[in-house]
Write a protein that binds this ligand. Sequence first.
Ligand code: F6R
Length: 610
Amino acid sequence: MCGIIGYIGKKQAAPILIESLRKLEYRGYDSSGIGVISSADGKIVFRKNKGKINALCNLLKFSPLPKTTCGVSHTRWATHGAPNRINSHPHVDESGQFLVVHNGIIENYEVLKDSLIKKGHKFLSQTDTEVVPHLIQEYYKGDFLEAVKKAISKLKGAFALGIISSNHPDVLIAVRVGSPLIVGLGKDENFIASDVPAILEHTRRIIYLKDEQIAVLTKERVDVFNFDGTKVKPQVHNVEFKVDCVEKQGFAHFMLKEVHEQPQVIQHMINTRIVRNQLKLDGIGLSDKQLKRINNVVIVACGTAYHAGMVGRYAIELLANVPVAVELSSEFRYRKPIISNKSLVIAISQSGETADTLAAVREAKKRGAKILSICNVLGSSLSRESEGVLYTHAGPEIGVASTKAYTAQICMLYLLSLKLSLVHGTIRSGEFKYLVKKLKEIPALYHQILKDKSNIASIAKRSSHFGCFLFLGRNINYPSALEGALKLKEISYIPAEGYAAGEMKHGPIALIDEYRAVVCVATESDIYDKMISNIQEIRSRRGKVIAIATAGDEQIKNHAANVIYVPKTEQLFTPLTVAIPMQLIAYYIAVKRGCDVDQPRNLAKSVTVE
Ligand code: F6R
């Protein structure tokens, strides 16, 4: 969602603030802005505009900023108030002394705004954010930090803030409650950012601010305080990402690059997590004895991560014989879930910052559950709130549509199911070895699928005119169908539904006619024949079938004009192989339709508000 950058140092701040902001574009936004302190007269100057960062840059050409070595910039994803210039960040108080950029939601802003209006403050925007500079101004008696502390003590909700003041041109203040914010340490310069990739070019020394912490940055130093005023000695991390992780490296889009990274992501996971045929789930945070005590698993996640969780349910129930419920975090948090101290709650999240998943985890903890998270982003809020973390180490995922994070989550869930099956004594050693061997083959199978992607591209392009898609799968590939539909709708905006194929006759069959395309997962399985029957039902209603089948299956050609083959693997692991054609179908259709694949409209990469 919104992105924040802040700089204080010796260099010209504006180009750094703009270029770093571009690296946060992937988070999703609809307007952007920049606010600085003029080196000449110490005054606050800001510019903002609706639309992409280039629209802001165009504005800056006509209305340039003064020379400056301190400022903040922002990409906004509208929550309160339409995406227009007035509502864009930064926001300032009417005296122009305090300027704020904000990520998150201030839940009690209406009450605060009313009371500030009664005191004579004038507001320009419809945002929740605008109360913050006004509040700071209200409390300001010469001490910037004190005024910020008093102001934030009045705020409810989740927020990350970057704040500058014309009264204190050598200071930048950052605040974190719920929404992610990091501090980057440089030489004679310091940074704040919503995410590490944005400032990687400048520094790799990172402080992950914790909730309820304030950082006070000057060009020479950074002091971190808890909200109660105590000074803390923050841990400084040396981040190892390569800068090329956040570049396209010759691919047309980040999404396509990330699809192609899947062989190496899975290979890396296998190499590091299976050593001499032993599982090495470092970070799991639970002893074998604790895992053995578990009598049920609840998986909480949103979107694509939820689909990975559904695959996990099949795997855990099949291998470890432990009952599993998979819950959408946003629903779970408002139910009275039945959870005990023998429950294991697995939270799955690429970003580790998804507000609903964090809330679900907090709810489960209150009920005594142990939390194990499967997460991609190091040091994220979720990882800090879990007893154990299994990092997927898929590298930064920049495309808004999740691809490599999804298959990495699934692969981690397979490893976890194997672990649970060993601990619960539900797997024989021969079967364990066989499954490990089959899992190790996946990266090579991925290379084969990607080598043959031109067939997927041409089927996708030929199908890009369809106004509606249905995705059908059964059993462990029912989640694959849901994920295929999600990928297509989010990047091509074509209405797409994912269904368990057995449900087709209970409603969705009414949709089928010559104007619908139906993607059917028909890989080799115990229920292959049932899927073929479903395909026949679609064809007899003139629906266009695209079948994803196992290499060597000639019979499928009698049923579907368009076939995408994936190499044979163990039935349990087919969601991994099927994922790539699903991603590529969506990708090529979206490209053909001229859509913004990496930054689809209205979407945000990490959904840090409810
Ligand atoms: C879809 C997608 C979203 C995310 C969801 C959860 O391509 O990316 O559905 O999967 O917003 O995000 P994380 O995994 O960061 O919790």
